[in-house]
Design a protein around this ligand. Structure first.
Ligand SMILES: Cc1cc2nc3c(=O)[nH]c(=O)nc-3n(C[C@H](O)[C@H](O)[C@H](O)COP(=O)(O)OP(=O)(O)OC[C@H]3O[C@@H](n4cnc5c(N)ncnc54)[C@H](O)[C@@H]3O)c2cc1C
Length: 476
C-alpha cells in the first residue's frame, strides 16, 4: 500500500514530496515502506551505533529495475544509498530519510568451472559465494567473516586468508556490470571502460550500482588446516608476538596468520576459569600441502601451554565462517586501523600494551598478515593502492548496544590508534573507516591514486548521485 506522497531527502539536504506515480516503473512488491513488515529486516545493518531510517527501501530483482531506480533518483535528485551486506562499519548502506536500494534479492552465483570464473550478484554474502565455488573445489579471495557483503568488500579492495597467495579481492576481479548515474548499463573490464574498471577496484560505491561481479577462481580445498590457538595473555603475549613475527617473516604464501588479543569469550572451547581473562590467540589458515601445513604450524602448536588448540583439518568453508559468532549484527562497533610495512621489534610491545588494556568483553586488538601477492602489483594497478602493506593492524572496539561503558571503550580505540599511527605506511583500509574519519583520512587511503579517482568520479558521476559512501566529491 503506497501513501499519497513520500517525503524523501534530496541530494542537497532538503526534502521533497514524491508523488507515488513516480514509482510506476518499479514493481509494487519491490517497494518496502516503513509500515511494511519487511522494513526492519531490510534496514538492519551490522553496526548498532548507526541510527538512520530511510524513507523508502527498494529491493530490485533485475537489471532493468536497477536502471529505473537510478533514473528515478537522478531525475528527482533523491538521496540514494546502496545496501550490499549492510556490514560497513560507517553504516553506508543506509541514508537517513533517503531511498535505499537493497540488493539482497540479486544474489545469484554462477560458477563456470571450465573457464575458472564465478559470476556473483551484488546481494551475495561472502559465504554464499564460497559455498558455491567450493562445490567445485575452487575459490576466489574473500574476507574472514562469511556474513559480510560481497559488493562492499570487493569495491573497497578486499582481503582474506588467500590474499598472500592471490592479492586483494579486486586483483581477482575481472569484470563488472554496472549502472552509472546516467542510467547506462556498462560492462567494465581490462579492455572496456578502462578508467571505470580501474576506479571501481578500490574506489567503493562512488561510480554506480554494480549489478554483477566476475572473479577469477583457483583450486583450493575443500580441506585445509586451520583454526585458532589461544594462550593466557599475561604469561604468553610477548612470546606469541615474537613467534608471530618470526613465522610471518618466512611463512609460505599458503599460510596466513592473524593474531588477536582480547578477553576470553565464554565459549565452550575455552576452559571456564579463563572466561573474561585476557588471552592472546592466533588464527591460522594453511591452504598448502597437508604435511607441509603440519610442519609450518608445529612451532605455534608447540609454544607454551595453550588453553585451547582448535587448529585441525577442516573444510575451507568452515574456516571462512569460524569467526562469524564473534561479530554479531546489532552490537556497537568502532575501529581504527592502519596498514603497516613490517613488524618491527618496537611495534610488538606496543601491540601487547594496547591488547592488555582491553576492558570491553567484545573488543580486540588485531593484526592480519597480508604480504605476498599484493606487493607484486604496481601502486596504480587499481585504485586500491597500498601495495606497500605487509600487515593491517588496529583496535576493534565492540560492546553490546546500550552498554553504559560504550564511551570508555570507544576512547580505548582512539588512544590505541595514536600509539599505532607512528608505525603506519601512511595508508589505511577504506573499508575499515568510521563515520568520523574525515576527507584527509579518505585521501590517505588512496594516497597517489586519489587525484585520478576524483577525475574518474567527475567523468562518471558529475552530480555526485552516488554519495553515500566514502565519498570522492567530483571536481566542479
Ligand atoms: C564483521 C566484519 C568482518 C569484515 N572482514 C573483512 C575482511 O576479512 N576483509 C575485508 O576486506 N573487509 C572486511 N570487512 C570490511 C568490509 O569489507 C566492509 O564492511 C564492506 O563495506 C562490507 O560490504 P557490505 O556489502 O556488507 O557493505 P554495505 O554496508 O552494504 O555497503 C558498503 C558500501 O558499499 C557500497 N555498495 C554496496 N553494494 C553496492 C553495489 N552493488 N554497487 C555499488 N556500491 C555498492 C555502498 O554504497 C556502501 O557505500 C569486514 C567487516 C565486518 C563488519
Amino acid at each position: 500500500m503506497s501513501p499519497d506522497s513520500l517525503n524523501i531527502a534530496t541530494l542537497d539536504g532538503d526534502a521533497v514530496d514524491l508523488d507515488p506515480t513516480a514509482l510506476e516503473g518499479i514493481p509494487e512488491k519491490a517497494r518496502v515502506l516503513p509500515s511494511d513488515p519487511r522494513f526492519d529486516e531490510a534496514t538492519l545493518i551490522w553496526n548498532g551505533l548507526v541510527d538512520k531510517k530511510p524513507a523508502l527501501v527498494i529491493q530490485p530483482e533485475s537489471l532493468t529495475e536497477v536502471v529505473s531506480i537510478v533514473d528515478l533518483a537522478r531525475d528527482h535528485g533523491l538521496l540514494l544509498s546502496i545496501k550490499g551486506g549492510g556490514h560497513n562499519i560507517s553504516g553506508l548502506a543506509l541514508a537517513d530519510r533517503g531511498v535505499t536500494l537493497d540488493m539482497s534479492r540479486m544474489n545469484d552465483v554462477r560458477v563456470d568451472a571450465k573457464r575458472r570464473v564465478v559470476h556473483a550478484g551484488p546481494g551475495c554474502l561472502l559465504g554464499e559465494v564460497d559455498r558455491a565455488t567450493q562445490e567445485r573445489g575452487l575459490v576466489t579471495t574473500l574476507g574472514f567473516v562469511s556474513q559480510t557483503g560481497l559488493a562492499g568488500l570487493t569495491l573497497g579492495g578486499g582481503f582474506g586468508y588467500l590474499t598472500r597467495r592471490f592479492g586483494f579481492t579486486v586483483d581477482e576481479l575481472i569484470e563488472v556490470e554496472i549502472v552509472t548515474a546516467d542510467g547506462q548499463i556498462r560492462r567494465s573490464n581490462h579492455e572496456s571502460e578502462l578508467d571505470l574498471f580501474w576506479a571501481i577496484r578500490g574506489g567503493g560505491g562512488n561510480f554506480g550500482v554494480v549489478t554483477e561481479f566476475t572473479y577469477r577462481l583457483h583450486e583450493v580445498g575443500p580441506e585445509i588446516l586451520g583454526g585458532l590457538i589461544a594462550w593466557p595473555a599475561r604469561d604468553h603475549a610477548a612470546d606469541v608476538l615474537g613467534l608471530y613475527q618470526e613465522l610471518t617473516a618466512q611463512a609460505p604464501r599458503e599460510l596466513t596468520l592473524v593474531v588477536t588479543m582480547r578477553l576470553a569469550p565464554p565459549a565452550p572451547f575455552i576452559p571456564e576459569k579463563w572466561h573474561g581473562k585476557p588471552i592472546v590467540a592466533v588464527v591460522a589458515c594453511h591452504t598448502g600441502d597437508p604435511a607441509q601445513a603440519e610442519d609450518d604450524l608445529a612451532p605455534l602448536k608447540g609454544l607454551g601451554h595453550p588453553i585451547a588448540d582448535l587448529i585441525v583439518p577442516k573444510t575451507y568453508v568452515e574456516q571462512q565462517s569460524m569467526l562469524d559468532a564473534t561479530q554479531p549484527k546489532g552490537a556497537n562497533y568502532y575501529w581504527k586501523t592502519e596498514f603497516i610495512p613490517g613488524l618491527s621489534d618496537d611495534f610488538l610491545p606496543v601491540f601487547v600494551h594496547i591488547g592488555s588494556a582491553i576492558e570491553s568483553p567484545m573488543s580486540q586488538m588485531m593484526m592480519f598478515h597480508l604480504s605476498g601477492a599484493v606487493n607484486e602489483h604496481a601502486e596504480d594497478d587499481g585504485a586500491v593502492g597500498n601495495r606497500d602493506a605487509a600487515y593491517v593492524t588496529g583496535a576493534a572496539g565492540a560492546w553490546p548496544a546500550g552498554d553504559p561503558d560504550g564511551d570508555r571503550y570507544q576512547a580505548w580505540v582512539r588512544q590505541s590508534w595514536e600509539k599505532i599511527k607512528p608505525f603506519s605506511t601512511g595508508g589505511n583500509y577504506i573499508n575499515f573507516q568510521t563515520i568520523d574519519d574525515d576527507r584527509a583520512r579518505i585521501e590517505s587511503s588512496y594516497r597517489a591514486n586519489y587525484d585520478r579517482l576524483q577525475r574518474v568520479k567527475s567523468e562518471y558521476d558529475p552530480g555526485n548521485l552516488f554519495r553515500v559512501n566514502r565519498n570522492l566529491a567530483p571536481v566542479q
